[in-house]
Design a binder for this molecule. Sequence first.
Ligand SMILES: Nc1ncnc2c1ncn2[C@@H]1O[C@H](COP(=O)(O)OP(=O)(O)OP(=O)(O)O)[C@@H](O)[C@H]1O
Length: 291
Amino acid sequence: MSDDHARTPGAAARPRLAGTLPEPGVPKPDALLVLDGVSRSFGGLTAVRVDHLEVQRGAITALIGPNGAGKTTLFNIVSGFDRADGGRWWFDGHPLTGRPAHRVARHGLVRTFQLTRVIPRLSVRENMLLATSGQRGEQLLPALLRPLWHGQEREAGRRADELLERFRLGQLRDDYAGTLSGGQRKLLELARALMARPVMVLLDEPMAGVNPALTQTLLGHITRLRDEGMTVCFVEHDMDVVMGISDWVAVMADGRLVAEGPPHTCARNPSVVDAYLGKRHDEPGTPQGQE
Ligand SMILES: Nc1ncnc2c1ncn2[C@@H]1O[C@H](COP(=O)(O)OP(=O)(O)OP(=O)(O)O)[C@@H](O)[C@H]1O
């Protein structure tokens, strides 16, 4: 399916955003992910109500917004880790509405978590291999076709070793993942997400809790992924990081998409300033969702 697109150099996709208007919901020249009318409530709280959002193929898109804006909830919905109350979304033209995480991953869309899901009592390499379970090996038919599965296992091992080298975790491959530093766990989380050779990665605060030196390393890995043709969407609070590596920024507040644009345009957008300074929240008597 999208292998051709995965090989498209990101640098080729970026200039095509140049003429895109900085408006929330604006169509993109080559949208890989498209969301329409996506909503999610928890009790009386509407966490997400995104009318329309398109994510450009081959670009790095930052999803920003104040705490509680709905960023993680939106990631959860699109990646199949949570259900939406309404709306539809498509990935590379395929409808993914309501699909569970393993099926979303099979289409080439994977995510990482704010709090890493690394398993401390398994080795670094075992954590990598675990990323491929839930595929062929756990199904009945492939159990009967064991040689095929062994082939897949060997390929997974090769892929794991290659990624661990790339992320400079090769020397730690047999160590318990629990002995890794917070930053190394973030690297492992990203490496694990790449096991399935995704077309697009959703990274939830990949730099949170990482020391400045390792942050630079992670940023280098992320831009390299984009330059190799991968589509990246990441949630981040550090504006230096956002300004430094994003091709495009989407801003959420109160569950809504309030602004979009190139990084430096977004920083000056009054809706973004309002969202961060909490102007809306300070207006007395404005019920949520009716301002
Ligand atoms: N499982 C849940 N149950 C109840 N409320 C939830 C749940 N998940 C999220 N929320 C609420 O939904 C809103 C959006 O949360 P979400 O975590 O998506 O925001 P966010 O933009 O990712 O915030 P942060 O930047 O702090 O991670 C918040 O008010 C949050 O408390």
